[in-house]
Design a binder for this molecule. Sequence first.
Ligand SMILES: Cc1cc2nc3c(=O)[nH]c(=O)nc-3n(C[C@H](O)[C@H](O)[C@H](O)COP(=O)(O)OP(=O)(O)OC[C@H]3O[C@@H](n4cnc5c(N)ncnc54)[C@H](O)[C@@H]3O)c2cc1C
Length: 237
Amino acid sequence: MSDWLVTTVISDVHHSASARSLRLALPDEVEARPGQHIDIRLTAEDGYSTARTYSLSDARETRTLEVTVERAWDGEVSPYLVDMVEVGEPLEVTRPHGGWFTWDSSDPSPVQLIGGGSGLVPLISMIRCREVFAPQTPFSLIYSLRSPDRLLFDDDLRQLTEHRRLPIHLAYTRTAPPDSSRPAGRLSTEELAEFSIAPERDPTVYICGPNQFVEHCAAAIIAAGHAPERVRTERFG
Ligand SMILES: Cc1cc2nc3c(=O)[nH]c(=O)nc-3n(C[C@H](O)[C@H](O)[C@H](O)COP(=O)(O)OP(=O)(O)OC[C@H]3O[C@@H](n4cnc5c(N)ncnc54)[C@H](O)[C@@H]3O)c2cc1C
């Protein structure tokens, strides 16, 4: 059985009409690794309770954690986290868990990140940790999203681009911004090969997003010459 910690929501960021980050203050110190997730449990007045898993979008501190939730319109938990819970209110969570889809800042290998939609969440946690703990480790990001209004972590990505800290390839699947040279459409196999770190440099590849996105990208990246054991995936379902 999980041990539930009672945290307090201490701040939030609205990324879009459908996505919000929540920073949670922990009752004691907790070590977390970038790529890990927590479960969040909601309990109704009649005692009914349900829990969902959310990746950490920030694992740098030991007294706070951040999660970032994209609303499933007819979902049970995410609408509450995006629209209803207020700063100052409590939230029950587990300690961070998950071991395979994590990045170790002492590993000097280059890192190729590939995220679809809210699959960017654990990847931004890796990027944020890299900036603090291993700023020389080469990182590269391919980020697929539906349309410009669904962009997550706009400020982080803009800063990283401005300071040439991270090559970013954005792929809009439904609507591209007017100034984009890439027409809207799904990431192609050729594009994934062209914009990812070359297999000869032996990067660790992290792919996260919906099932089909992860399957497509993993197959493409292996076809491009990356060793399957260097490819780590996480599916949000
Ligand atoms: C490892 C991991 C990490 C994750 N990290 C994140 C994250 O960082 N950010 C994030 O936003 N999400 C993340 N998720 C997804 C998250 O856990 C939830 O699945 C998501 O928020 C939807 O939950 P919900 O309660 O709002 O929707 P749910 O109530 O679970 O419903 C989800 C969808 O399924 C449909 N559905 C529900 N029940 C049925 C049924 N019986 N038959 C058919 N359809 C049904 C609903 O209509 C809805 O469209 C992660 C998932 C995993 C596994």
